[in-house]
Design a binder for this molecule. Structure first.
Ligand code: FE2
Ligand code: FE2
Length: 269
């Protein structure tokens, strides 16, 4: 099965400045949804690194070991740059630290069995992989967005696509046998779905309110339009999301190498 090389690019982004307030094409709702998901990354990606690295000594395949190292490097830099992103958006309003703490509090309630943590990581990695694929497959997704915000999201998407199977390949080496493994993977996806969509939407709502942009049903209609109509990521990715529930699923069954290669050329990375 063909894969992409995993390369950690140590990039920095300049995301501060009043001109970037509604960085997503002047659209406060789209901006708040993207910012609301960014708030999840520093804590989330640190969790993913720990969950995967826990099983390092169970891996003998040198190729997979090298991929784990590259995954760790990529997620480490993502976490650092989304921390900088989240600090930059504080100027626009919203208690970013409190929203981040909400995720920590949520994680504290989860089963901390290392196998379940790995299954949760696989589920979130599937989310990031399908969102990345949607962004990279639709060049107009971020039309009109601030170039630096567009760049950080495209860079992140490229690297999420590159490492999309690492946690899953580790999972396949260590997972519980038979139906027990499948059941754990599905249970983890149910949790990841609830938390990813629930916290992103909650964060977006809190940011809109703090930024003085909450306008009741108008904001809701705008959010639904963003998610289901244009760009309509949740509608477009539904089939891809559901593929995760196939017993023999593997992330590279969806071969999007050509799409990612095209963007690497655009961004010269
Ligand atoms: Fe990441
Ligand atoms: Fe990732």
């Amino acid at each position: 099965m063909g894969k992409l090389d995993i390369k950690a690019r140590n990039l920095k982004f300049s995301l501060s400045g009043e001109d970037k307030r509604n960085w997503f094409a002047g659209n406060p709702v789209a901006t708040a949804i993207m910012d609301g998901s960014s708030i999840l990354f520093p804590v989330g990606e640190t969790y993913f690194i720990n969950a995967v690295v826990h099983f390092r000594d169970r891996i003998e395949d040198p190729q997979l070991l090298a991929e784990v190292t590259a995954f760790q490097q990529q997620e480490g830099i993502h976490s650092r740059e989304h921390r900088r992103y989240n600090n930059a958006i504080k100027a626009f309003g919203g208690d970013v630290d409190a929203l981040e703490q909400r995720l920590r509090d949520e994680i504290a309630t989860w089963d901390d069995n290392p196998l379940f943590k790995l299954a949760v990581t696989c589920a979130f990695e599937h989310f990031t992989a399908i969102l990345a694929d949607d962004l990279l497959s639709h060049p107009d997704f971020m039309a009109g967005a601030d170039p630096e915000f567009s760049r950080i999201w495209h860079w992140h998407a490229i690297e999420e696509a590159e490492h999309k199977s690492v946690a899953f390949d580790v999972w396949n080496k260590v997972k519980p046998e038979g139906f027990k493994g499948y059941r754990m993977r599905v249970r983890a996806m149910a949790l990841a779905t609830r938390v990813f969509l629930g916290q992103t939407n909650y964060n977006a709502g809190a940011l809109l309110k703090a930024r003085g942009e909450a306008r009741g049903w108008r904001s809701l209609a705008s959010a639904l339009h963003f998610m289901f109509v244009k760009p309509g990521t949740l509608r477009r990715t539904l089939g891809h999301y559901l593929a995760y529930f196939k017993p023999g699923f593997h992330p590279w069954q969806h071969d999007n190498r050509a799409t990612v290669e095209k963007y690497k050329a655009v961004y010269e990375v």
